[in-house]
Design a protein around this ligand. Structure first.
Ligand code: SME
Length: 174
């Protein structure tokens, strides 16, 4: 069987994410589906999960949401800790090619070699993030980053829509 070139694979997954977005009824369902899609379709995306800011928490804390991959001890991460805290507090994507060399890194699995964390914005403010770990060093190149940022944007828009019009407040089917 011929291997699919990486760009084609990334485009395929982008289209799958669009299709999933039009099929699901809630942002929560979308996030769950995204973790499965990325973990199953992208060989190097070995742990895929969302951390969301706990509403009204003071000081702010990221809480683990849907994820695929090994269990992690990090279910609540303050903003001054980890790669996750760095991405959420700066509102910027963080890519770490070698987690051993980054003192901020909070270990989830001994197998993890590289990581990307992309913030999810809702109405211009960070609401959470999409975190992906790889067992391969420097697994997240420019094209991976573009795909993951695109998906994080879809999630943000979906959450925005839901906040403006929660499923329970709609009449009829959502
Ligand atoms: N490595 C992350 C913690 C989350 S686990 O990877 C799932 C960090 O440094 O913030």
């Amino acid at each position: 069987m011929a291997t699919i070139p990486k760009t084609d694979k990334l485009n395929e997954v982008r289209n799958d994410a669009d299709r999933l977005n039009s099929k699901v009824h809630t942002a929560d369902e979308f996030m769950e589906g995204i973790t499965a899609l990325l973990n199953e379709q992208m060989l190097k995306y070995n742990w895929v999960g969302f951390y969301m800011l706990e509403p009204k928490a003071n000081p702010p804390v990221l809480v683990l949401g849907h994820y695929r991959g090994a269990m992690t001890p990090h279910t609540r991460i303050p903003l001054n800790q980890g790669i996750c805290g760095a991405a959420a507090s700066s509102g910027k994507t963080v890519v770490v090619d070698d987690v051993k060399k980054d003192s901020r890194y909070l270990a989830c699995s001994l197998e993890t070699k590289s990581e990307i964390v992309v913030p999810v914005f809702v109405n211009g403010a960070v609401a959470g993030e999409l975190d992906i770990d790889s067992h391969f060093p420097a697994a997240f190149g420019t094209e991976d980053r573009a795909l993951i940022e695109y998906i994080a944007q879809l999630v943000g828009k979906r959450l925005e829509k839901e906040q403006a019009s929660p499923p329970s407040s709609r009449t009829g089917k959502s």
